[in-house]
Design a protein. Structure first.
Length: 231
């Protein structure tokens, strides 16, 4: 069955263009003309992914993102009309999986949608085995992370970043390498994206005995510290 993409944007030309290219690639497409309608659609029948404009009437994209994130891990591709780092960083911090600046190439929109869906779908059986790092278990099949027997809630991109670092434990990966391995396409040198996600991941792994070290001038490295007694 084709995966459904929900496009929330108050500009008809954006909705129509995105629908045209996504449907041509085999996706089913639903649309919403404002933030409140988008939230209603997500709750009524959750799509595989939400393409969410920031500036919309009735409820802006920030608020929609906040509410969707409070209720689940639906992948979100955020659209912003301004090419400013602060918009992108705040969007990522609020839980967006990716962002795209208007005006955009519709082929890039399709590529980013596919990349996000690949990251949230297990499609490599050889990579299904759980990774065990001290007291931490990272399970690609269920996309769960356990500290001893307690689940740690991660967003989709945070999970992919942790899994990538786990697969390269004790190796230094540059920000550009992480962009390529985790984001899956050229990300135009936006290495700040990596820093934001690493900071979030560190908070969630606090007390786990697993540490993401900053190797100055080179990148990041995941290390397993001596685990203390389970609590």
């Amino acid at each position: 069955m084709p995966e459904t993409i929900l496009i929330a944007d108050d500009e008809a030309n954006i909705r129509d263009l995105a629908r045209l290219y996504l449907e041509k690639e085999g996706f089913r497409v639903r649309t919403a003309v404002d933030g409140a309608a988008a939230l209603e659609e997500v709750r009524r029948d959750p799509p595989a992914l939400l393409v969410l404009d920031l500036m919309m009437p009735r409820m802006d994209g920030w608020e929609v993102c906040r509410r969707v994130r409070a209720e689940g891990n639906l992948p979100i591709l955020m659209l912003t009309a301004r090419d400013e780092d602060i918009d992108k960083i705040v969007g990522l911090e609020m839980g967006a999986d990716d962002y795209l600046t208007k005006p955009f190439n519709p082929r890039e929109l399709v590529a980013r949608v596919r990349a996000i869906l690949r990251r949230t779908t297990v499609d490599k059986p050889a990579a299904d085995r759980p990774r065990r790092l001290g007291r931490l278990t990272v399970d690609p099949t269920s996309r769960e992370v356990l500290l001893d027997d307690t689940a740690i809630a991660l967003r989709a991109r945070e999970f992919d970043l942790l899994l990538t670092l786990a697969d390269h434990a004790n190796q230094v990966l540059s920000r550009d390498q992480l962009l390529d391995l985790v984001w899956g396409y050229e990300y135009h040198g936006q290495t700040r994206t990596v820093d934001v996600h690493v900071a979030h991941l560190r908070d969630r792994l606090e007390g786990s005995g697993v540490e993401i070290e900053t190797v100055w001038g080179r990148g990041y490295k995941l290390s397993v510290l001596e685990a203390g007694p389970a609590t």
